[in-house]
Design a protein. Structure first.
Length: 408
């Protein structure tokens, strides 16, 4: 019989912690209060605490028995530059910053698992509870990559690493996951077509940067449609197109601009497809600019890689979630999502699995990164129970330990 753990008095504490973190959001690499909050609690549970990986990162280690088996569980601590629209008592006290992605909930659920397991360490080995900064940066300088680069898995050798994210629209008490690519890579590009200012009536005497940049944009979309295997999902978006002088409004209409500036993003589910875009977009931009007598500056910036779950760890995640909510509430073959996540860097270093936990569906729910979003506190017991089951399924039982199944 699947069952949620009885958290007893802990449940009230966890809701209070979640709301405390929510009220004090901190953005990338500035999570000092949150990092202190996490470290103090881990110490109070009796864990060994390591600080400083990735700047504000915290790793709490819980050991039991004598085995060298070890896994890592990861939560993210950072908030977003969004001004909170909610009016409840625990709304953000840092104007312009907000926990609009539920990392307050992720941090709380992992703290809950650390506290529960510290009281019932029914496993033989080590669990490393990893609290990372800066999941939201979108570039290679994100917190997950920094912790890995600074030696996370050398300092804390593990056989697997696991992550979890809430998902609005997925009902409360449900989980969703898949093997293989589950979330996309994200890369960004920018280019500038350079010419000179001109009079609109004599524009034919110098390259028109707006028209040329428009051709390049069209070529990029054409390449996505005709240059890539259609079985490979790709999202290419132009997110910025700037030219002309918006300040000098009266004059602006009589002067053509000396440059046009364009930015965009590329999401894929295959690192080889990223390589293709990295290689071809610049060549197209330079070629089209040259064919029109203009010059072009182009840059392609790699962000997060494709997030790939390994099949054994995914199966274990499905079993752990099923032990909490029953198999029918676990979608083990969800469609990939074209959003990105820096946990992908940890999965490049170790086998592992990233799972989605339902934040609730129906009226009143809104998606993450929305100023009205809030993490659903009712998801906390599901998340804590999942982590505890996953630990017990991943690590051996202590000799003669007589582990009581947490799902009995
Ligand atoms: Zn987010
Ligand atoms: Zn997030």
């Amino acid at each position: 019989m699947p069952a949620i753990l009885d958290l007893g008095d802990m449940q009230g504490d966890l809701v209070a912690w979640r709301r405390d973190i929510h009220a004090h959001p901190e953005t990338a690499f500035e999570e000092t209060r949150t990092s202190d909050f996490v470290a103090q609690r881990l110490e109070s549970f009796g864990l060994e605490v390591d600080r400083g990986l990735g700047g504000t990162g915290v790793v709490g280690t819980l050991k039991a028995g004598t085995s060298n088996a070890a896994i890592a569980l990861r939560a993210d601590m950072d908030a977003l530059f969004i001004h909170e629209a909610n009016e409840f008592s625990y709304r953000s006290t840092n104007d312009g910053k907000m926990h609009a992605c539920g990392h307050d909930g992720h941090t709380t659920m992992l703290l809950g698992a650390a506290r529960y397991l510290s009281q019932k360490p029914e496993f033989d080995g080590a669990v490393h509870f990893v609290f990372q900064p800066a999941e939201e940066t979108g570039d290679e300088e994100c917190g997950g990559n920094r912790m890995v680069r600074e030696g996370l898995f050398d300092k804390f050798p593990v056989s697997a690493v696991f992550g979890m994210h809430n998902f609005p629209g997925l009902p409360l008490g449900h989980f969703a996951v898949r093997s293989g690519p589950m979330l996309a890579s994200i890369d960004t590009f920018e280019f500038k077509v350079l010419s000179e200012h001109n009079h609109p009536a004599t524009q034919y005497t110098s390259p028109d940067p707006i028209v040329i940049a428009g051709r390049i944009v069209e070529a990029f979309h054409g390449f996505k449609a005709r240059g890539v295997n259609p079985a490979e999902p790709v999202v290419l978006s132009i997110t910025q197109f700037q030219a002309g002088d918006p300040i000098n409004d009266r004059q602006g209409v009589h002067i053509t601009p000396d440059h046009a500036y364009v930015r965009g993003t590329v999401y894929t589910l295959n690192d080889a497809v990223r390589d293709l875009f990295d290689e071809r977009l610049g060549a197209m931009a330079h070629g089209i600019a040259a064919a029109n007598n203009a010059t072009c500056e182009f840059q392609y910036q790699r962000g997060y890689p494709v997030l790939v779950n390994t099949s054994d760890e995914k199966q274990r995640a499905v079993a752990a979630a099923g032990a909490v909510v029953g198999g029918a509430a676990v979608d083990g073959d969800m469609q990939p999502i074209m959003g990105a996540e820096d946990f992908a860097f940890m999965l490049k270093g170790r086998p592992g699995c990233y799972i989605l936990i339902g934040n609730g569906a129906g009226e009143g729910t809104c998606h993450v990164h929305n100023p009205n979003y809030d993490f659903n506190d009712e998801a906390i017991p599901f998340g804590v129970s999942y982590w505890v089951n996953l630990v017990q399924m991943s690590l051996p039982e202590q000799p003669g330990g007589g582990r009581q199944s947490s799902s009995s």
